[in-house]
Design a protein around this ligand. Structure first.
Ligand code: HEC
Length: 160
């Protein structure tokens, strides 16, 4: 009686141990997938903020709404702040884990991708400087360069 109880206990311990082994094998993969989902959300959020803030400057430059120098400056400063946040959103292993439009080529061409982030940073700094002049023409020219930097990267690295 005593022995068979021990035996049962032993089986239970072994079963618990094998569940623990299975979990220890699965959990890192699950944690990685969770991290990838978070990082994908992070980068999409950063891009979303860029799109959100560039839109109204574009509308002002096109004359779709009156030019507001203060607002253009505020949004340009935001773009300048957010642009350097992009690179952090593409660590190794974040190719998948949530729906994403980032092409796998990014991770094979990380130097070029980072250069395209740097190009955007430079263009947003120039845009911020242009908004200091309060001159809609200069803002328009600088905005064109920012849009070009977005497009250069999207054309190569973002799926439609
Ligand atoms: C260095 C490359 C690069 C640059 C520069 C870049 N993007 Fe992106 N963008 C991407 C990639 C890649 C994605 C897809 C991300 C994903 O789905 O994981 C993306 C996604 C987006 C999205 C969709 C976000 C969402 O809700 O999922 C918007 C909007 C966007 N970009 C706007 C911009 C704007 C505006 C600029 C310029 C001010 C810009 N991006 C500059 C590479 C870039």
């Amino acid at each position: 009686m005593k022995e068979s109880n021990l035996f049962k206990g032993g089986r239970r311990t072994r079963a618990a141990a094998s569940v623990a082994v299975m979990l220890s094998l699965c959990l890192p993969a699950m944690a990685q997938a969770q991290d990838a989902a978070k990082v994908i959300k992070y980068r999409q959020s950063a891009h979303f903020l860029l799109g959100w803030n560039i839109g109204p400057i574009g509308a002002m430059v096109k004359g779709e709404r009156p030019f507001d120098a203060g607002e253009a400056r505020m949004r340009a400063l935001r773009l300048e702040q957010v642009a350097p946040m992009i690179a952090e959103g593409y660590p190794p292993g974040s190719q998948a884990g949530a729906p994403t439009k980032a092409k796998p080529e990014i991770w094979d061409n990380m130097d070029d991708f980072r250069q395209k982030v740097a190009d955007l940073e430079a263009a947003t700094t120039k845009l911020a400087a242009a908004t200091e002049t309060g001159d809609v023409k200069q803002v328009g020219t600088a905005l064109g360069a920012v849009g070009g930097a977005c497009k250069a990267c999207h054309d190569r690295y973002k799926a439609d």
